[in-house]
Design a binder for this molecule. Structure first.
Ligand code: ZN
Length: 452
C-alpha cells in the first residue's frame, strides 16, 4: 500500500484540501477527506458519509504532495510523428502546403527504430504535460514502397513500446487508410499507410495484442481514405474517425456520393456511443442531430485546428445535442491540454461574440474521465476509489498560476503544461519536474536525426 497526502485535489465533488489517498495495485483503495476540511469544498458537492471518517492512521506515513492535484489527462488524438514538424512547418508564411510537404517528408523517413525513439520522446513530453493516456491514431504501417515489414505491425509495436518507456497508457487506434482521395489510389508516401483493403487491414490488426497499459482500437482515417463499400469492414470496440475537418472533405463526399461524411458513417453503422469523431468542424444541422442522438464522442483539437486553419467546430451545439466532448493535441504543434481546454471556450467566444459556453468543470471532465472513457479506459480519470491511481500535480504558485485561487479555473484558464510538477500513472511516479531538460534533449536528438 502506498499513501499520498494531497495538499489540495480535484475530487468528483470539487476541489478539496488535505486528501489522503491510498493505492493498491495501481488503483485508489481509499480517498479520504479529513473531517476538518469540509468547509474548504469549493463546489456544491457533499462528502459521502464513508469519506467523513478520519483518514489518519497513527504511525502511517503518507508522502505529501504539495500543490493542486487533478486526475490524469487523456490525449485522445495523437499522430506522434508530427512532433518532428513543430516550428518547421511555419517557415515563410507556413501555408497548408508547407505543412503537408514536411509532414510527408517525415512520414517517408521513419523506420521502426527511429519511430520508437521519436515516439518515446514525444510521449515523455506528454507525460510531462500531465497526460496519462494517449490515443494514437496510427497509419504509418509499412515500408516506404508499401511492402510490409517482417513483422507487419513493427511500427505499431514501436508505438506500444514507446508508451511503455514513457510511462503512460496507450490506445493504439490502428487506422485504415486505403486511398489518396475518393476513387484515387494511394500515392507516394501514402503507400506506407495502405493495407490494400479493409479486410487485410483487419487481418493485420487482429495480430496486435493489448495488456493492462495497452488497448487496441480501430480508426477510419476519413471517408476520403476508405471507400464507401469498405467502411463497414473497419470495426473495433473503440472506433475513431477524422470527420469533416475541412470543407473540401464535405464537398468531395457530396460530389461522389451525394451525402455528407456524417451520413456515410451513419449508413455504415459507425455512429454509436463507442465512436469518436475527430474535429467535427464543418457540420450541417442534420449532422449535429445525428451525431448527438448517437451519443458519439466529439474530439476537438483546437490548437491543431487553429494551426491548420481548419475552422471552429460547434462544440457546444454538439454537446447540447447529446455528443460528449474530448480533447487531443493531434499534430503536436502544442502539447498542452490546459491550452486545449480553454481554447474550446475561447474559440466559441470568438465565433459567437459571446462569453460563457463551457464551465471549467465541464472542460476538465472532457480532458479527464470522458477522454479516458473514449479511449477504452472508463476506469481512469477520476480521483475515486476503484479508479486507476493517476495524479497530476500543478504548481499553484508559478508565474502563471499565482493568485488565481488554485481551483478549476486555475487549471483551465491559468495553468500550462510547464506548471505540472509531478505525474503518477497507475500508482507509479513517472515524471517529476527535474526531468524536463532531459526530455528536451531526448526530443532534440530524436528529431535531429530525422532531419539530418
Ligand atoms: Zn488527426
Amino acid at each position: 500500500v502506498t499513501a499520498y497526502r494531497l495538499e489540495r485535489a480535484l475530487l468528483p465533488q470539487g476541489v478539496t484540501d488535505d486528501v489522503l489517498v491510498r493505492v493498491v495495485d495501481g488503483r485508489f483503495s481509499e480517498v479520504a477527506v479529513s473531517p476538518g476540511t469540509r468547509g474548504n469544498l469549493r463546489m456544491s458537492g457533499e462528502i459521502s458519509p464513508d469519506n467523513r471518517q478520519s483518514p489518519r492512521v497513527p504511525g502511517e506515513t503518507a508522502t505529501p504532495i504539495p500543490g493542486l492535484t487533478i486526475p490524469g489527462l487523456a490525449n485522445c488524438h495523437s499522430h506522434a510523428f508530427h512532433r518532428a514538424l513543430r516550428g518547421r512547418t511555419q517557415r515563410e508564411r507556413g501555408t497548408f502546403w508547407t505543412w503537408r510537404e514536411q509532414m510527408y517528408a517525415v512520414a517517408a523517413r521513419l523506420d521502426p527504430d527511429s519511430y520508437l525513439e521519436l515516439a518515446t520522446a514525444t510521449y515523455r513530453e506528454m507525460v510531462a504535460a500531465g497526460i496519462t493516456s494517449v490515443g494514437e491514431f496510427h497509419y504509418l504501417h509499412h515500408q516506404p514502397d508499401g511492402t510490409p515489414y517482417d513483422d507487419p505491425n513493427a511500427m505499431g509495436h514501436a508505438l506500444i513500446e514507446a508508451a511503455k518507456q514513457a510511462g503512460l497508457r496507450i490506445t493504439l487506434l490502428d487506422t485504415c487508410y486505403l486511398a489518396a482521395g475518393i476513387g484515387r489510389p494511394p500515392e507516394g508516401v501514402q503507400r506506407r499507410f495502405s493495407d490494400g483493403t479493409a479486410k487485410s487491414w483487419a487481418e493485420r490488426v487482429a495480430e496486435l495484442k493489448g495488456d493492462d497499459h495497452t488497448r487496441i482500437g480501430a480508426a477510419i482515417h476519413s471517408v476520403r481514405a476508405v471507400p464507401r463499400d469498405q467502411l463497414q469492414d473497419v470495426t473495433g470496440d473503440v472506433l475513431h474517425v477524422h470527420l469533416s475537418e475541412q470543407r473540401a472533405e464535405n464537398d468531395q463526399a457530396i460530389n461522389a456520393y451525394g451525402v455528407t461524411p456524417t451520413q456515410l458513417l451513419a449508413e455504415a453503422g459507425h455512429l454509436t456511443d463507442r465512436t469518436t469523431v475527430v474535429h467535427a468542424t464543418h457540420l450541417t444541422d442534420a449532422d449535429i442531430r445525428v451525431l448527438g442522438e448517437a451519443r458519439v464522442y466529439a474530439d476537438f483539437c483546437p490548437t491543431t485546428e487553429r494551426d491548420l486553419g481548419d475552422g471552429i467546430g460547434p462544440s457546444r451545439r454538439l454537446h447540447d445535442a447529446g455528443a460528449r466532448l474530448t480533447l487531443g493535441s493531434d499534430s503536436h504543434a502544442v502539447i498542452d491540454l490546459f491550452e486545449e481546454m480553454r481554447a474550446v471556450e475561447l474559440d466559441e467566444r470568438l465565433a459567437t461574440e459571446q462569453r460563457g459556453h463551457w464551465s471549467a468543470s465541464e472542460l476538465l471532465a472532457a480532458a479527464t474521465h470522458t477522454g479516458h472513457a473514449s479511449l477504452g479506459w472508463p476506469d481512469a480519470g477520476r480521483i475515486e476509489v476503484g479508479q486507476r491511481a493517476d495524479l497530476v500535480t500543478i504548481d499553484p504558485a508559478s508565474t502563471r498560476t499565482a493568485g488565481t485561487g488554485a481551483d478549476e479555473q486555475t487549471a483551465v484558464y491559468a495553468a500550462a503544461a510547464a506548471d505540472v510538477t509531478q505525474v503518477i500513472v497507475d500508482g507509479k511516479i513517472v515524471f517529476t519536474e527535474g526531468q524536463r531538460r532531459e526530455i528536451g534533449r531526448q526530443l532534440a536528438t530524436a528529431i535531429g536525426k530525422i532531419w539530418s
